[in-house]
Design a binder for this molecule. Structure first.
Ligand code: NAP
Ligand code: MG
Length: 820
C-alpha cells in the first residue's frame, strides 16, 4: 500500500520535475515516510509550475506611473458632525447586537523580531498589567460587546508554526473571560517557495519547506478551513479584519461598521491615517486605473508622494492602517476568485539530501497574496480617516520606529487621554475584610475603565492601623481637610475578639470616631430607593434622611466601673480654679458610670449643617432629643437649634416653604412611623447611629443607604453605613463567590466623585458618577440584583447575581450609556 502511494507520488512529482523531493525516501522511518507523503499531497506542483513561470517573468504588476493614479478622498472621522457620528455608531451597535458582525485577527506571525519566543499575539507589551497583545484586543472587544449586549464571534488566523501555541495560550488564560465558543482559531494556508531552478525543497528529510501565503491568503484559508461556510450559516453580514500587532486597534469599532453599513455603494471600508511626510513607510490608498487600491511606499511615484493641494494637504496622504470591514458577500466573492500571488526574491534555507545538512541559496522565490489586492476587485472602497495617535501603534521591533517601546507609550497616553481626568485628588481610605474586597472590585470593574483615578491613598486596614499605631487614620483625616473630599471603606472597630483574631497590639479606637472627632460635623444618611424594593412601613412614600451629629456623646465618653461603696462625682474645675461638684451616685453595690460631653460650637455646627441641608434639598427639618430628662444636656441642644433657627434661617425656611420643629425623641419615633417620609430628621450622635440602621432596614437594607459626613468647614467624607461583612468575607476566603451587595460602597465612591467634580467644575466626572448611580438602580429595577435584595423584592422575575456579575453589569450599562 505504502509502496503504491510512493509510486503514485513519484509519478505526480516527475511530471513537474519535482521528484527530488523523494530522494532518500527509503532511509526514512515508516512514520517519516507517511509524514512526507502527506506533506507532498497537500502541495500543488501544477500551481507551482505556473507560479515559476510568473516568477521568471518577474512581473510585479509593473512600475506604477503617476498617470494611472487618482486620489481617493476619505471620510474624516473627526470632521463628522456629532449627530452623524452617533447615528453611525448606533447603527454599528445595532448590527453587533443583532449578531451580524464577526472579527478576524491575522495572527500568524511569531514574536522573533521582538525577542519573544512564541506567537506574536502572546507578546507582553510591558504595561503595568503585563497584558499580551491578544488580551489587549480582547479587552477592547469585550468592551464593545458589553455596550452592544452581544458577543461578537472572534476568528483568529494562526499559522502552522504557531497554531498549537496560540490555542494553548488562550486556554491557559481562560480565554480572557471571553466565551470560548465565540473564539475560533484556524491556520493560514502555507505555500512552498521555489529555488531559482523552479524546484520545491524540504525543510527536513520528512517535511516540505513552506511559508505562509501572505495576508491576502486569508480568503483562501477561510474557505479551506470551513470558516466561510460557518460565517454564512451564522448569518454574519460583515467581517472586520485586523492585524495582531496594532495594540491600539479598535476591535469591532461600531462607528467603522456603521460607516460601511450606511453606505449602500461601498463593498468594504478601510481605515487610514494621514501620513506625516512623503517618506512615511506605509501603503497609500488611491485609485489605480480607476480601481481602489493601496500603492506601496516603495512603488509610489515621487511626484505623487510629495503632491499637495491648495491647502497644503497631501493628495496621496492616506496610509493603510490595516483595519477593514468587508460585506460578507464580498468576502465570499474574494474566497472564490482568490488573488494573484506576488513574487519576492529571497534567500532560502533548506535541507540538501546530497550533504544531509542545511544549505542556503540566494535568488529563490517566495509567493504571497496581499490583502490590499482585494480592493482592486471591488467596485467601491470607502476609506475612513482616523487619528494615527489614537488607533495605530504597531508592534514590530523592540526599539525605534514601530517598536514595542513606542507602542507602549502610545497605549498609555491613549488610555489616559480617553479617560475622565481628575484635577484634584480624592482622599481614599481603604478598609477591611469583605468591604476591602468590594473596594478593589469597584475600582477595577466600574471606575478605572472610565476615570483616570487621582486619589491619595491611605490604608486603614486594621493591620496597618496597628502597624502605624493608628497614625494612618489621623493622617487620612488631615488629608481630608487638605483636599476637601474623602471616600472611606468600612473598617473593623476592634473589640477583644478582634484583637486576638488579628493579633493586634491594642484595641484601637473606631476609625470613624477618630475621623469624626477631627473633622467634626454631621453625618447625613439617606436610603437608596429603587423600584421593586418596597419599604417595610407601608406608609413611607419618600425617603427619610437622617442627620447624625458626628461629635461627642457616647463616642467620646469616659466610662468606668465603680466598686461597691464608691462615690461618683462630676467635678468641674473652672479657669479661675474654682470647682463645683455634683454627686452622680454613691454606690451600695458594684456599678458603672459614664461621663460624656459635647461643645456648644459643635452643636451649633451640627444645627447649621442641618438647616443648610434642609434648605438645599427643600425638606422639612425635625430635631429630636430628650430634654425632659436631660434638661441641661439636651436642653442645650434644643436651645442652640432654636436660636440659630430664629436668627439665621427662619425667613429662608419660610421663603422655601419648609418648616422646622423640635420634638421629643420618643414622639419623633411615633411620628416617623406614621409619616409618609420626605423630611430630614436630625438626631444626636447615638440616636442617629441606631435610627439610621432602623431606617435603612425598613427601607430595604443597610447596603442600600448612603452616608456622608459634612464638616462645618465644608469637607466631605463619603462611606457605606454597614460594616465589613465578616460572614461573606469568610466565604470569599474559602474561594466561594458571594452575592454581597456593593451598592452602599459604590455610592460612597460615586458620591465622592460627584462632589469632587462639583467642587472642581468637572462636569464630565459628575455626569459619570450620576450615570453609574442611575444604571445601578436600573439594573436592580430590571430584576438583576444581589441575594439580600432578592429576598426583599416584589419583582417577579429576578436573577441573583454574585458580586462580580453585579459590578460587571453596572459597568456594561454605564459604558453603553456613556458610549465608550
Ligand atoms: P456588618 O458588617 O454590617 O454585617 C452584618 C450583616 O448584615 C451581615 O452579616 C450581612 O447579613 C448583612 N450585610 C451588611 N452589609 C451587607 C452587604 N453589603 N451585602 C449583603 N449583606 C450585608 O456588621 P457587623 O457584622 O456587625 O460588623 C462587622 C465589622 O464591621 C465589625 O468589626 C465592626 O466593627 C465593623 N463595622 C464598621 C463600620 C464602618 O466602618 N462604617 C460600621 C459598622 C460595623 P448576612 O450575614 O445575613 O448575609
Ligand atoms: Mg451603626
Amino acid at each position: 500500500m505504502a509502496d503504491n502511494r510512493y509510486e503514485q507520488t513519484l509519478e505526480r512529482l516527475s511530471a513537474y520535475g519535482q521528484e527530488h523531493l523523494l530522494d532518500g525516501f527509503r532511509t526514512l522511518s515508516e512514520a517519516e515516510r507517511e509524514r512526507l507523503l502527506d506533506d507532498i499531497d497537500g502541495a500543488d506542483p501544477a500551481q507551482m509550475a505556473e507560479l515559476y513561470q510568473k516568477a521568471l517573468r518577474h512581473q510585479q504588476g509593473g512600475e506604477v506611473s503617476a498617470a494611472e493614479l487618482t486620489p481617493l478622498v476619505p471620510v474624516d472621522a473627526d470632521q463628522l458632525p456629532a449627530e452623524e457620528r452617533k447615528r453611525l455608531t448606533d447603527l454599528g451597535l445595532a448590527l453587533i447586537k443583532a449578531g451580524k458582525l464577526a472579527v478576524l485577527t491575522m495572527a500568524g506571525g511569531q514574536g522573533t523580531r521582538l525577542g519573544h519566543d512564541g506567537p506574536k499575539g502572546t507578546f507582553d507589551l510591558g504595561l503595568p498589567s503585563h497584558k499580551s497583545l491578544f488580551e489587549l484586543h480582547c479587552d477592547r472587544l469585550r468592551q464593545v460587546c458589553g455596550i452592544a449586549g452581544a458577543y461578537v464571534p472572534w476568528y483568529i488566523m494562526t499559522s502552522e508554526l504557531n497554531h498549537a501555541a496560540t490555542v494553548e495560550f488562550f486556554r491557559e488564560s481562560n480565554w480572557f473571560g471571553y466565551p470560548a465558543d465565540k473564539i475560533r482559531f484556524f491556520p493560514q494556508t502555507m505555500i512552498t517557495p521555489l529555488t531559482p531552478d523552479g524546484r520545491m525543497q524540504r525543510e527536513t528529510p520528512s517535511k516540505l519547506l513552506k511559508s505562509p501565503n501572505g495576508n491576502g491568503g486569508m480568503f483562501v484559508s477561510l474557505k479551506k478551513q470551513g470558516c466561510l461556510a460557518e460565517l454564512q450559516e451564522e448569518g454574519i453580514e460583515y467581517l472586520m479584519v485586523t492585524g495582531v500587532d496594532n495594540c491600539l486597534i479598535k476591535m469591532a469599532d461600531p462607528l467603522f461598521l456603521g460607516a460601511l453599513a450606511a453606505d449602500n455603494d461601498a463593498e468594504a471600508i478601510a481605515k487610514s491615517y494621514l501620513k506625516r511626510g512623503p517618506a512615511e513607510k506605509s501603503g497609500i490608498f488611491c485609485y489605480r486605473g480607476g480601481r481602489p487600491c493601496v500603492v506601496e511606499y516603495t512603488e509610489i511615484p515621487q511626484e505623487c508622494a510629495v503632491a499637495t493641494d491648495a491647502a497644503g494637504n497631501y493628495v496621496y496622504g492616506d496610509c493603510n492602517l490595516l483595519a477593514y470591514v468587508f460585506r460578507m458577500d464580498t468576502v465570499a466573492k474574494l474566497c472564490e476568485t482568490g488573488m494573484e500571488y506576488h513574487v519576492a526574491v529571497k534567500k532560502l534555507k533548506y535541507y540538501d539530501p546530497a550533504t544531509g545538512a542545511q544549505t542556503e541559496q540566494a535568488g529563490g522565490y517566495k509567493f504571497e497574496m496581499f490583502l490590499f489586492d482585494a480592493f482592486r476587485a471591488l467596485r467601491s472602497l470607502k476609506v475612513l480617516r482616523v487619528k494615527r495617535e489614537d488607533e495605530f501603534a504597531p508592534v514590530k521591533n523592540l526599539t525605534g520606529e514601530d517598536s514595542a517601546e513606542l507602542a507602549r507609550k502610545m497605549y498609555v497616553e491613549y488610555m489616559k487621554k480617553n479617560k475622565i481626568q481628575m484635577q484634584t485628588p480624592l482622599v481614599e481610605m481603604d478598609g477591611d475584610e469583605m468591604t476591602r474586597v468590594i473596594w478593589a472590585k469597584i475600582k477595577g470593574l466600574v471606575l478605572e475603565p472610565f476615570v483616570d483615578l487621582n486619589t491619595e491613598y491611605y490604608d486603614l486596614s486594621v493591620q496597618n492601623r496597628d502597624a502605624t499605631e493608628d497614625r494612618v487614620t489621623v493622617e487620612s483625616a488631615l488629608a481630608t481637610k487638605k483636599h476637601g473630599v474623602a471616600v472611606k471603606c468600612a473598617t473593623i472597630t476592634p473589640n477583644a475578639a478582634r484583637v486576638q483574631e488579628y493579633n493586634l497590639h491594642k484595641q484601637w479606637k473606631s476609625p470613624n470616631a477618630t475621623i469624626r472627632a477631627i473633622l467634626d460635623g454631621t453625618v447625613f444618611r439617606a436610603p437608596i430607593l429603587v423600584d421593586g424594593i418596597t419599604p417595610l412601613v407601608p406608609g413611607w412614600k419618600k425617603p427619610i434622611v437622617i442627620a447624625r451629629h458626628a461629635y461627642g456623646d457616647v463616642y467620646a465618653a469616659v466610662d468606668v466601673k465603680v466598686p461597691a461603696g464608691g462615690k461618683a462625682e462630676l467635678v468641674i474645675t473652672r479657669p479661675d480654679g474654682s470647682e463645683t461638684r455634683s454627686v452622680v451616685k454613691a454606690f451600695d453595690g458594684d456599678g458603672i458610670v459614664l461621663g460624656m460631653h459635647n461643645t456648644d460650637a459643635s452643636v451649633a455646627n451640627f444645627a447649621r449643617a442641618c438647616f443648610n441641608y434642609a434648605l438645599d434639598k427643600k425638606l422639612d427639618l425635625w430635631f429630636s432629643a430628650k430634654d425632659t430628662i436631660l434638661k441641661v444636656y439636651d436642653g442645650e441642644f434644643r436651645k442652640i437649634f432654636a436660636d440659630i433657627y430664629e436668627n439665621e434661617y427662619k425667613t429662608k425656611f419660610e421663603a422655601a416653604g419648609i418648616g422646622y420643629f423640635y420634638t421629643l425623641v420618643d414622639d419623633a419615633i411615633a411620628r416617623v412611623m406614621k409619616s409618609e417620609g420626605g423630611f430630614l430628621w436630625a438626631c444626636k450622635n447615638y440616636d442617629g447611629d441606631v435610627f439610621s440602621d432602623m431606617l435603612a432596614t425598613a427601607f430595604g437594607s443597610l447596603a442600600m443607604m448612603t452616608s456622608v459626613l459634612v464638616s462645618p468647614e465644608g469637607y466631605y467624607e463619603f462611606e457605606a453605613a454597614h460594616g465589613t461583612i465578616p460572614r461573606h468575607y469568610h466565604k470569599y476566603l474559602r474561594g466561594e463567590p458571594t452575592s454581597t451587595n456593593p451598592v452602599a460602597t459604590l455610592f460612597a465612591w460615586t458620591g465622592a466623585l460627584a462632589k469632587r467634580g462639583e467642587l472642581d467644575g468637572n462636569a464630565e466626572l459628575v455626569d459619570f458618577a450620576l450615570t453609574v448611580e442611575r444604571q445601578t438602580l436600573a439594573l436592580i429595577a430590571s430584576g438583576r440584583m444581589t441575594g439580600d435584595l432578592a429576598l426583599l423584592t416584589t419583582l417577579e422575575n429576578k436573577t441573583v447575581l454574585n458580586l462580580d456579575e453585579f459590578l460587571s453589569e453596572v459597568a456594561a450599562l454605564t459604558a453603553r450609556e456613556l458610549n465608550k
